[in-house]
Design a protein. Sequence first.
Lengths: 303, 340
Amino acid sequence: MQIDTQKDTNISAAPPKKSLSPWAIARKKFVQNKLAMISFIFLVIVGIISFLAPYITTADITRVNIADMSLEPSSKHWLGTDKSGRDVFTRLIYGGRISLLVGLSCTIFVIFIGTLIGSVAGYFGGAVDNLLMRFTDFILNFPFLVFVIVINAIFFGKVSGLWVLIAVISFLYWGGIARIVRSKILAEKENEYITAAISIGCSPAKVIVKHLLPNVLSTIIVQATITFASMIVIESALSYLGFGVPQETPSWGNMLNSANEPDVLQYKLWIWMPPALIITMTILSINFIGEGLKDAFNPKSRR
Amino acid sequence: MSANKSSLKEAPMLEVKNLETAFDIDGTFYNAVDNVSFKVKPRQIVGVVGESGCGKSVMSLSVMQLLPKGIGKIKAGEIVFDGINLEKMTEAQINKIRGKDISMIFQEPMTSLNPVFTIGYQLEEVLFNHMKISKKEARQKSIALLKSVGISRPEKIVDEYPHQLSGGMRQRVMIAIAIACQPKLLIADEPTTALDVTVQAQILELLKSIQEVNDMSVILITHDLGVVAEMCDEVIVMYAGKIVERTDVETLFYNPKHPYTTLLLGAVPKMEQEEERLSSIQGIVPSLTNMLKVGCRFANRCPKAMPECLTTTPILAETDYGHEVACLLYETSKPREGVR
């Protein structure tokens, strides 16, 4: 609080030294958004704990222990054990690794492919646009679930299942992003500064990367958060159905899988409740962050 | 800086020959610029005037090869700049010329600067595009450039963003970017239209002094005849994609020949006369899709139109030395036997 008032008097005494870039303004707005900041901190903590999983717990995630089957939470097993006697807490933080890894890498691939195709189509227009967008439509027309199941069946046991899953999801999911980026680029390229950039001798690649993308980046970032959230949902849903991450690897979705037994669902809450809660909260916080970013990038919002 | 304006024997800086630029409207290409030929000599300021929609901007975009992709294209003609044919160049080749030898200033200073980058960044960009220069030198050069276009506190302005600058200042920055590599030809597409009158005068003065210092040729597109009188050596009057009159600035004002030019000059409000209404030219510029195929395109708005104006297409030809007109009132514009 004290620092704040000091800052204010400084500003009124003399204009700020360095002018704020649109990015700095957005950052400031985001930091002031409490809900988004809390969500952001929560997500960072979840991320760090998952990343440091091997250092936090020493329990073996795969070892089946019949003697410890379905134990209730205790001081030894903080969140109890599952039907195979594996520690739920350990699996939860190791599961976070997989779920976040799948979510994050899918998001990166999806955003990368979508932005590339969308911006090239939008910038060049004409035949290039037509070709790329029809290809996008083609991809979007794939029945997602069927495709995932078939691909998984083909590659089962041959390649590490996790990366097959990431590749398949990424391949099928970039269409929406490509369409959004294309429409933003179409609107943005009409601006005179784009013509001005071409008129000073910038190549098409340079115009797209240095002039168009920074101006549509806010949209891309917001889309990325939404994609991230849906990727975690997709991973969980597929794993729950048994078509996602290989069964032996713990992930939040795989842990939920055990809840399809009525006995577990009704009487052994500790087995499925933690992953369910953490999925819900992670997605919620990602969505809050996305909402906060949207507000931060919107010049008209005053929060 | 030679005091005498470009001598006659000098090769033209830019020569446009029979340029035809067409736009795709519902699958058919219509000529927005139709058979336009002109020359710009070194150190000359050529004004291009005409109502909105006469093809002035399209003509300049054609020279810069900046036509919107897939919609506009150069159908025929040659654009020779400093001995090289621009219309045959690849994108990569033309990029070496754009911003270096030819540059352009746009109409709308509010949108011609990228909002996410600082002024300095945008100035440095053109320098990096065309020169081998270190980061530090580029920054110093951009400060010097800002100073040369009359911006006070350039050291501070380089780190500011476009939204912090006024329209006049932004247009100065645009000029600084355009002249950064000392181009031989500057195309100014209505550089003062979006500015208020006092700022207009300053910007024009700046353009003129820069033209003299840098020995540039300038194509100045405008619909303000006052600007033409003040700035230009030669004037091209365009109507509906065609040049209707081309002459030096004095002849244009004292002895206009084409009825369109006369009417344009008549539409300029005069100080000494008190008029209830400003005089204007009846009708509007025909749109691309319903332009007359034969005859003079101005015929249906022309007070001096004759029956033959609707059937015979006038040719742009010299009536007097250095004065070209395309109007059937003059013998020279009538098609001769054997010629279309």
